[in-house]
Design a protein around this ligand. Structure first.
Ligand SMILES: Nc1ncnc2c1ncn2[C@@H]1O[C@H](COP(=O)(O)OP(=O)(O)O)[C@@H](O)[C@H]1O
Ligand SMILES: O=C(O)C1=C[C@@H](OP(=O)(O)O)[C@@H](O)[C@H](O)C1
Ligand SMILES: [Mg+2]
Length: 196
């Protein structure tokens, strides 16, 4: 006899995965919101492949994002970003973490809304600033006053991120907490939980 009790209840990740079905999960939000970090953790819990669009753009172009901006400008970067996201959405389901500007582009946003469930990781200026301040690889923040630039981007972009299917508040708590909130929100948004 063993006194080990097997827990056969589906985990939160399994329930969220079932609710998501064939849809992609797409993380959107401003630089520093945690899209890349939280997207990877959420994918592990869902048992889905994870991809970060910036990493994929760097792979196909064999250049860093900073080099791409410097060599071809933001417009070319956006065109490449749109093509990469369209391809990734078609071959899902997977978890896709986008770069902060992707959802702002009308064509890319329409593709995301058709091909996936979107999650906006929303954060306040100080949280974002604390995080992005530690690294200097983001070309849009190479300005005289990067915190003000971030604030200007918030003012312009937040009304558009609002269009995401789900909003989760990204804040100064453990990544596991935010990950759990994303999984719960998927369950709630996608309604019926087929495995429960
Ligand atoms: N909940 C969190 N708590 C602490 N640090 C976090 C949290 N979420 C993300 N980070 C950190 O903040 C930084 C920016 O996160 P990242 O995932 O690169 O953001 P994004 O892809 O949205 O720009 C990274 O160093 C990441 O580890
Ligand atoms: O907000 C933006 O327009 C950008 C955000 C970056 O990604 P993260 O949001 O992952 O930092 C990256 O795509 C590029 O530097 C442009
Ligand atoms: Mg990122």
């Amino acid at each position: 006899m063993t006194d080990t009790i097997l827990n056969l209840e589906p985990s939160l990740g399994e329930r969220a995965r079932s609710a998501l079905g064939r849809r992609n999960l797409v993380l959107v939000g401003l630089m520093g919101a945690g899209k890349s970090a939280i997207g990877r953790l959420v994918a592990q819990h869902l048992g889905l492949p994870f991809i970060d669009t910036d990493t994929e753009i760097e792979r196909v172009s064999r250049m860093s994002i900073a080099e791409l901006f410097a060599a071809y400008g933001e417009e070319e970067f956006r065109a490449l970003e749109t093509r990469v996201i369209k391809r990734l959405l078609r071959s899902g389901p997977r978890v896709i973490s986008t770069g902060g500007g992707a959802f702002i582009n009308d064509r890319t946003r329409a593709q995301i809304q058709r091909g996936g469930v979107s999650v906006w990781l929303k954060a306040d200026l100080d949280v974002l600033w604390e995080r992005v301040n530690k690294r200097d690889h983001r070309p849009l923040l190479k300005t005289e006053n990067p915190k003000q630039t971030l604030k200007d981007l918030m003012d312009r972009r937040y009304p558009i991120y609002e269009e995401a299917d789900i909003t989760v508040l990204s804040r100064d708590v453990r990544k596991d907490v935010i990950t759990g909130e994303v999984l719960s929100a998927i369950l709630e948004h996608c309604g019926k939980d087929k495995s429960a």
